[in-house]
Design a protein around this ligand. Structure first.
Ligand code: GRF
Length: 245
């Protein structure tokens, strides 16, 4: 295990309140396994003063992940925990989420985190953990989403932001960004074209949570106190209520 806490943070493990109108910056922990372009989009938005968040930790399962280098360069505490040191997923996730909890985030963002998370570790974070997934859920949960959308002959593809539950890519949807599939698209071109939309979707969704406008309640995802009947739609840089059919 490599633990890097360049900035000192107070150990305040335990429950944090559900999102509400906030005076202070939203305390954000990000989990990432790879490139970290979604993390970068969040960091850039914060730098530009467009996202009232404080990064309390960037953690992952791969010490070599570029996401961790990006966080280090920005002076954000990082943690790389190697799953190979654990015989079972449950033990790894218990440790990982224990470390995360010690940084007392208000929200955990899975941004290209490539592991299924044990249900027991998720329990305490219900309504406070979200994931960005590159498909129009419920279509194409899991891997190789671009390839599968092309193989199915779809004309539209996209990305989804959702609350995380124990069901893989199955939690309540917050919002979606949609793009057209072009003739001649390959999984690579499709992924490249989708990525900037995905970044905007993530930033917009975290922004709504940070401003206290969006949360998960017993009846579903709520925006400004109203339960969403459909996922929000990304229009430009904003997430909007889908127009009635
Ligand atoms: C993104 O496409 C995300 O939707 C998926 O993994 C990819 C991560 O990209 N879960 P990056 O590491 O944020 O650049």
């Amino acid at each position: 295990m490599q633990a890097n806490t360049k900035q000192s943070t107070t150990d305040r493990a335990g429950a944090t309140p559900a999102p509400r109108a906030r005076a202070a910056a939203l305390r954000l922990a990000v989990l990432a396994s790879g490139r970290g372009s979604n993390l970068q989009a969040l960091m850039d938005a914060r730098e530009l003063g467009r996202l009232p968040v404080e990064f309390v930790l960037v953690a992952g399962d791969k010490a070599e992940a570029q996401a961790l280098r990006r966080a280090e360069a920005a002076g954000i505490p990082t943690l790389a925990l190697d799953p190979r040191g654990y015989p079972h997923r449950a033990g790894f996730d218990r440790d990982l989420f224990g470390h995360i909890g010690a940084h007392a985030p208000d929200l955990i963002v899975l941004a290209g985190y490539m592991r299924v998370i044990d249900a027991a570790a998720l329990g305490a974070w219900n309504g406070r953990i979200i994931n960005i997934h590159p498909s129009l859920l419920p279509r194409y949960r899991g891997l190789h989403t671009h390839r599968r959308a092309l193989a199915a002959g779809d004309s539209r593809h996209g990305s989804s932001l959702h609350y995380v539950t124990a069901e893989l890519d199955g939690g309540p949807l917050i919002g979606q960004a949609e793009i057209a599939i072009h003739a001649g698209d390959t999984p690579t071109t499709l992924a490249e074209r989708l990525l900037p939309y995905e970044h905007r979707l993530l930033v917009a969704g975290v922004g709504l949570i940070a401003s206290g406008r969006l949360s998960l309640g017993d009846a579903g995802v709520c925006l400004d106190g109203q339960v969403l009947q459909e996922p929000l739609r990304l229009v430009g840089d904003q997430l909007q209520v889908a127009a009635a059919a």
